[in-house]
Unconditional design. Sequence first.
Length: 64
Amino acid sequence: MNNVVNLRRERKKRLREEDVKKAEQNRIFHGRTLSEKRLSSLEKERFEKILDGKKRNDSESDAP
């Protein structure tokens, strides 16, 4: 005779395996490499420096 299979456990096991596969696909699709992360970080810092250089000082504009 065959072993008795708990259908609830098998269903949950199958769903967990599908979730793992979906997570792996999402990591591939949405993930970024380390070099891409560094590049975007450097780019962000560069834009912030440019913006900080173009800010106006309100204390200087108040002088007559």
